[in-house]
Design a binder for this molecule. Structure first.
Ligand code: GLC
Length: 419
């Protein structure tokens, strides 16, 4: 009996000693789709492994709102959040507030991620964040309805999409009055910048600002792309599309009320979940072309450690854990979050859960970056001006040609003497 008691207290002592240096890390997680749950699960696994605790901070749903809130925290040098989830367009904007992970994370480990994403996370030689998951715009479609209306392949051009969406919509509306052809991110925010960049590039209209920093948006193809998108509103897309973010679009598609949807990969896992009305009826394809080939905007999220964190070593350890291969694999299988590690695109379990990760690999590897690199600290202003211009065209306030002309002037003012 005595021996047993001694053993119990020894175990307790060991447990206590391994907790001796235990700290609490606050991790800011996104909340789109399954983001929050999967973030909490990963954090809990790390906490269990290390004896530390993690407090999860729930960030707002829209990336613009997250940025505003994070900028407030960082400007105040607050230590309230140790690890931030950073959008791929933010390293340039926020680099001065983050710990340089170069040297703190072995180079071999950093090199396991896609080079392009590491490059986007590196500002003036400083590794601001580690890649967690990557994103690219995709076209989702209803395989059952394609068949019903006599189509055997996803639309290759925007014109084809419009024709197919109209036909399916007209047919389905007879029995379902709210059915619509095409949903996407039409609200005036960063998501619209992503969708509209895809339209522009696919029409040969460029990337707003080119890699050298030149403003290129005032061209006929960009104008045409905007006018084309405007023509969808109230024809193949509901009037309300100009208020939709990712989740509104997904809600409509997943409840069986749309033929086509533009969204990120996360929508796949939820669309295939048990309570989805379209489970087993979803196809995924590259977005259509406007004559210049299909284009997908590069998105994605990264984890960075705040300079104001009081527990930087533990915070870095959490970042390494969450961006590691095991976590990325779990997240890919459970949530269709695209790994940032090329090796995982050969993983059979991941490919089984997300067949398009393999068949559309080039969509992910050739996704088009928003001009956050060349426009540096001014990217957010550039994006807001662009989304605002597109929004005006979609609302019928102006036409593409006038909008891109005015946008060029506005961007030149934002640029001033340089980005
Ligand atoms: C997704 C992308 C992100 C983008 C955002 C726009 O979260 O990963 O890069 O900025 O959508 O809504």
């Amino acid at each position: 009996m005595k021996k047993a008691i001694a053993l119990v207290s020894l175990t307790a002592a060991i447990a206590a000693s391994s907790q001796a240096g235990a700290v609490q890390i606050t991790l800011a997680c996104g909340t789109v789709g399954q983001e929050l749950q999967l973030c909490k699960d990963g954090a809990a696994r790390w906490a269990k492994k290390t004896g530390n605790t993690v407090k999860v901070f729930e960030s707002p749903n829209l990336t613009n709102d997250r940025l505003g809130l994070y900028q407030q925290q960082l400007a105040a040098k607050s230590d309230a959040i140790d690890v931030y989830q950073l959008d791929i367009i933010w390293p340039g904007l926020l680099s001065q507030h983050f710990v340089d992970l170069k040297g703190k994370i072995p180079a071999a480990e950093v090199n396991e991620h896609f080079k392009g994403i590491i490059a986007a996370d590196t500002v003036d030689g400083k590794l601001v964040a580690m890649p967690w998951f990557t994103d690219a715009g995709l076209l989702y479609y209803r395989t059952d309805l394609m068949k019903k209306y006599g189509y055997n392949a996803a639309p290759k051009t925007w014109a084809e999409l419009a024709t197919m969406a109209k036909k399916i919509q007209d047919g389905e509306k007879k029995t379902s009055s709210t059915f619509t052809g095409f949903v996407f991110q039409g609200k005036n925010y960063e998501g619209l910048t992503c969708d509209a960049l895809e339209w522009l590039v696919s029409f040969g209209g460029g990337t707003i600002v080119d890699d050298s920093g030149k403003i290129t948006v005032n061209n006929a193809n960009a104008a045409k792309a905007m006018d084309t998108a405007a023509s969808w509103v109230k024809t193949i897309s509901p009037a309300g599309v100009t208020t939709y973010g990712e989740e509104e679009a997904r809600g409509i598609f997943q409840s069986g009320n749309a033929a086509f949807m533009r969204n990120w990969p996360y929508a796949w896992a939820l669309g295939q979940s048990a309570d989805s009305k379209v489970k087993g009826k979803i196809g995924v394809a590259p977005l259509p072309s406007g004559g210049n080939g299909a284009a997908a905007t590069l998105g994605g999220w990264n984890l960075g450690v705040s300079m104001y964190s009081k527990n930087q070593a533990a915070a870095i350890d959490l970042v390494r854990y969450l961006t590691g291969a095991d976590e990325q694999k779990l997240r890919a299988i459970e949530g269709a979050y695209n790994p940032t590690r090329p090796a995982l695109y050969k993983d059979q379990a991941i490919l089984k859960a997300n067949p398009f990760f393999g068949s559309l690999l080039d969509v992910f590897t050739s996704a088009v970056a928003r001009p956050s690199g060349p426009t540096k600290l001014k990217y957010n202003q550039v994006s807001q001006a662009f989304a605002g211009a597109v929004s005006d065209v979609m609302a019928g306030k102006t036409k593409g040609a006038a909008a891109v002309k005015k946008l060029e002037t506005d961007l030149a003012r934002i640029k001033g003497r340089g980005w």
